[in-house]
Design a protein around this ligand. Structure first.
Ligand code: 5AD
Length: 427
């Protein structure tokens, strides 16, 4: 199984290279040594992660050759939009997007008011059409390894907040490295997200050792470890980490400070901005359905994500969880999440938009629906099964599926939709 198609280097300029995927050109940052024109490499999120021998590349490419063009055909067929059926506000937005103009907050709000089944269908189709126009059938699939559920924070929504009485676990650096190695060797992952609560047991020395070992496996190391100092993130970048996920959670400062006691909104935003300055591929976003949030807040959330200009948008619904202060909060409706994905796609045609696992818990079909409403990126849980139940940031998390079955389901889904793992962040 593989989540990346080998790319041929067609030219090199400064620290970037132009890559060819069956005639499609993409651009990636050169992050490996001794690459020359004509070499084959794997790239993830716009970064080259591994050089591969010509023979190995030829073998993998041969398996893709036939289906690649079939997949593209399927994707094009599924990405058509019937302009005749567009409601007036959606048509106006389409015209703006075609002129490469930015849609404004008022237009986003107006799209979020679309409600009938027919209107929603057209909105999702439009977003899917723009996704296809900007990304082709490229999609990214990252593995996520949840290595510790210890957390020093008290976020009102979160199932691993420090006050919640749950069984805690933390994997040793050796266990983390072994789990990563198995994901790379057995399952062929080329990008791994390392996620945990804010657990300072992992000091800079432990984190550096983990990052260096996993980077040496020839994969993109993606951190999701919460708020750490800029110095720590800088050192981990030097150690080889290249991507970081840190949501701002909500753009409404009042709600933020109530739900995240002891955390400063401005400091969090500054950190997200600094991650980008350090050179990380940045994923950020928010939660939908927090108490007292209005439609304007949602638009502001999308606008703030846009302002932070991340490589990847990550937002999902709040899943109310027992024994947390938000246990009784109303569940977010699936359509509200799909609408947010579609509007985010229209507001930012070039973004990578992730289907989050929280969305997947709303019902079994949402992954597919999200991919057809503008999303283009997925994650597969590779946490060892004995720990997976314990990483309960929210209830009902898709726990028990072992890695092999998740991969099979995901690959089948991507093939049905005509998507190929030519994941590249930069166009
Ligand atoms: N429901 C949905 N998402 C949650 N997160 C934390 N708790 C919940 C919940 N109950 C999200 C936060 C965090 C990410 C890792 O998980 O947005 O940034």
């Amino acid at each position: 199984m593989c989540y990346a198609i080998p790319a041929k280097v067609v030219s090199i300029q400064d620290n970037f290279c132009i890559l060819d995927y069956f005639g499609e050109e993409r651009k990636a940052l050169l992050d490996i040594e001794n690459v020359e024109v004509g070499d084959y490499i794997y790239a993830q999120g716009g970064i080259s992660v591994r050089k591969i021998p010509h023979q190995e590349a030829a073998a993998v490419l041969a398996t893709w050759q036939d289906i690649f063009f079939e997949l593209k055909k399927t994707d094009s067929l599924l990405s058509k939009v019937d302009q005749e059926k567009l409601p007036a506000n959606a048509l106006a937005v389409l015209q703006k997007i075609n002129l490469r103009q930015q849609i404004n907050k008022q237009e986003m709000l107006s799209l979020l008011t679309l409600n009938t089944a027919n209107e929603l269908k057209v909105l999702y189709e439009l977003a899917n059409n723009i996704r296809q126009r900007e990304h082709g059938n490229a999609s990214c699939v990252h593995g996520i390894l949840e290595f510790s559920n210890y957390c020093g924070q008290s976020c009102w929504y979160c199932g691993i907040r420090q006050e919640r009485e749950i069984k805690r676990y933390r994997l040793t650096p050796e266990q983390i490295i072994a789990a990563a190695q198995s994901a790379v060797d057995t399952y062929g992952f080329k990008a791994l997200v390392l996620q945990s609560g804010e657990d300072y047991w992992y000091d800079i020395n432990k984190l550096t050792a983990i990052v260096q070992s996993i980077r040496a496996m020839g994969v993109l190391v993606f951190l999701s470890i919460g708020m750490r100092s800029i110095d720590t993130y800088q050192k981990l970048f030097t150690a080889g980490a290249r991507a970081a996920l840190l949501r701002f959670e909500t753009s409404n400062q009042k709600i933020f400070h109530r739900l995240k006691p002891g955390v400063d909104f401005t400091e969090r935003l500054e950190l997200i901005k600094n991650l980008k300055k350090i050179g990380y591929i940045v994923a950020t976003g928010f939660m939908l359905g927090l108490p007292e949030e209005s439609a304007e807040d949602l638009v502001n959330n999308i606008a703030l994500t846009q302002y932070l200009d991340p490589d990847m948008y990550s937002f999902g619904p709040l899943i109310p969880t027992t024994n947390t202060p938000l246990a009784n909060q109303k569940k977010t409706h699936k359509d509200d999440v799909l609408k947010a994905i579609a509007v985010a796609r229209l507001a930012n045609p070039k973004a990578n938009i992730l289907v989050t696992t929280a969305l997947e818990t709303l019902d079994h079909n949402t992954k597919q629906e999200a991919l057809l409403a503008g999303a283009n990126s997925l994650m597969i849980n590779i946490t060892p099964t004995e720990y997976r139940d314990l990483y309960e940031i929210y209830e009902g998390k898709n726990k028990n599926l072992e890695i092999g079955s998740s991969i099979k389901n995901t690959t089948n889904l991507l093939y049905t939709l005509g998507r190929a793992p030519t994941d590249i962040g930069l166009l």
